[in-house]
Write a new protein. Structure first.
Length: 475
């Protein structure tokens, strides 16, 4: 390369394919991490299951329940590892840092809820020889994608006396699965008149669950009756128990390697368990005692606007931080809490859309993230004129560049589609309210919110590596 060419190269910037940059050592670790991630993802099909799997991983790594400290008043000291649960759905995991909490935390926050079909409170009916369950979709789905794919049902029944019955049907190869039927092309003349958005009405997303009638001669709806008999025998529940149940219909498949070169993972629920898992693992792998208190947030309800008591818009995080302050400081003080919040740095760990070669017109190629070009930093999200975005500052972007460069994290910049094509948001803006520095940082996906999404393995590993470097940074 001539001097002139060298100069030119150093002046220009273009994100490269990470596989051309990654070291052999990292490549090996990348494989290991992705195997562990696929195992987690295959078990964590709902927010409750993600929570429970996460707690299991944390406890194995020496984390204990902060509720115990809260109850007995036992203070926390630098290096201590604890977690704090919210209703068995949202979870906060903490490694106490050397500096007082007032100096701020380093937070990586993702979400563990994913688009799905929720079973209604009075779901069962039968029609023309078939029993079905009525559902209400959760999150932004393209409804037509959910027809004719194998489905599983996960969730809980809670009896009035508090007894909880967990169910999971459709994951074991011996289990039955469920499905939503579609009309055959031969008879689809009416369906074809609709556009893709209206062809499948939400109310018609009903899951086929049975077709054998009960032997009970008195029963009015014999097939439905037979199902109730099966459910009662297996789970000791009645039709009334659906009133206090949370049952989620999700794709029945396990995560699979994708591509001849196995460089991708095809799976349900990457959004946002891919960032949640890598954040959790990055925290577990924090070496020694970090300078700043490191926090992972795995929250619920992001897909429907972070609402409700387990969503990021609730006071859960603020209350949990107050508890943490009370357990780490000599004396609890409101001003210290406000300072802890506003001095914090956060990576809002959520997915972004990858440049899709089949839909190039939705993206602007220079600024769209590309598969396996590294973990994706998204300075701003939002729609139209950046509406709803929390637009990170150039100063904070510069800190992230510094941390990632120092730790050989392969990363790229991304945006959510070309201008005026649509848009979206994450939990970033909810955290920015406290005055903390926040930027979106996560893994790019193909087919986001589809029953099967695609993520790049190198991107997944670099998310882990980036989050870990962020926790260890001394500013
Ligand atoms: Mn998400
Ligand atoms: Mn989403």
């Amino acid at each position: 390369m001539s001097k002139k060419e060298e100069k030119k190269k150093s002046l220009s910037y273009e994100a490269k394919n990470g596989y051309e940059l990654i070291s052999d050592k990292d490549l090996k670790k990348c494989d290991e991490l992705n195997k562990a991630y696929m195992d987690f993802l295959g078990k964590a099909k709902t927010e409750r299951e993600s929570h429970d799997e996460a707690v299991e991983l944390l406890e194995k790594a020496g984390f204990t329940d902060m509720e115990i400290n809260k109850r007995n008043g036992k203070k926390l000291k630098p290096g201590d590892r604890v977690y704090y649960s919210c209703e068995g759905k949202t979870l906060m995991a903490i490694v106490v840092g050397k500096k007082p909490l007032e100096a701020g935390m380093h937070i990586v926050g993702g979400h563990t809820d994913a688009p799905r079909l929720d079973v209604k409170q009075n779901p069962l009916y039968e029609s023309t020889g078939v029993a079905l369950m009525d559902t209400h979709y959760y999150g932004g789905i393209k409804k037509y994608q959910w027809l004719t794919v194998p489905l599983a049902i996960h969730g809980v029944f809670v009896k009035p006396d508090g007894k909880k019955i967990s169910i999971s049907v459709g994951e074991d190869p011996e289990d039955p699965v469920f499905c939503i039927t579609d009309i055959l092309p031969h008879l689809a003349a009416d369906q074809y008149k609709n556009n893709i958005g209206t062809a499948v009405p939400g109310e018609s997303l009903d899951v086929t669950v049975g077709s054998i009638p009960s032997k009970d001669k008195e029963a009015k709806q014999k097939i439905k009756e037979n199902l109730l008999e099966i459910l009662n025998k297996k789970y000791s529940v009645t039709e009334e128990d659906f009133l206090s149940a949370e049952l989620e219909v999700v794709p029945a498949a396990k995560p699979r390697d994708c591509g001849f070169d196995r460089s991708m993972i095809l799976a349900y629920g990457h959004d946002d368990r891919v960032c949640s898992y890598t954040a959790l693992k990055a925290l577990i792998d924090v070496k020694g005692t970090p300078e700043y208190t490191s926090v992972v947030l795995l929250c619920d309800k992001e897909e429907i606007g972070s609402v409700g008591s387990t969503g990021m818009a609730s006071n859960f995080f603020e209350n949990a931080s107050a508890e943490l302050l009370a357990l780490t400081a000599d004396e609890y003080c409101e001003l210290s809490l406000k300072r802890a919040m506003s001095n914090s740095w956060m990576l809002s760990a959520d997915v972004n859309a990858l440049m899709d070669p089949l839909f190039p017109s939705a993206f602007e190629a220079k600024n769209a993230s590309k598969i396996n070009h590294g973990v994706c930093i998204t300075k701003f999200t939002g729609a139209r004129g950046k509406a709803g975005s929390s637009d990170a500052s150039a100063e904070f972007m510069a800190h992230i560049r510094r941390i990632f460069a120092k730790n050989e994290v392969i990363w790229q910049s991304g945006e959510l589609g070309k201008v005026d094509q649509g848009g979206g948001g994450t939990i970033a803006y909810l955290m920015a309210r406290y005055g903390m520095k926040v930027v979106d940082c996560g893994v790019g996906l193909f087919s986001m919110h589809a029953p099967q999404e695609v993520a790049g393995k190198l991107d997944i590993y670099m998310a882990y590596k980036g989050y870990n470097a962020f926790f260890m940074d001394k500013r």
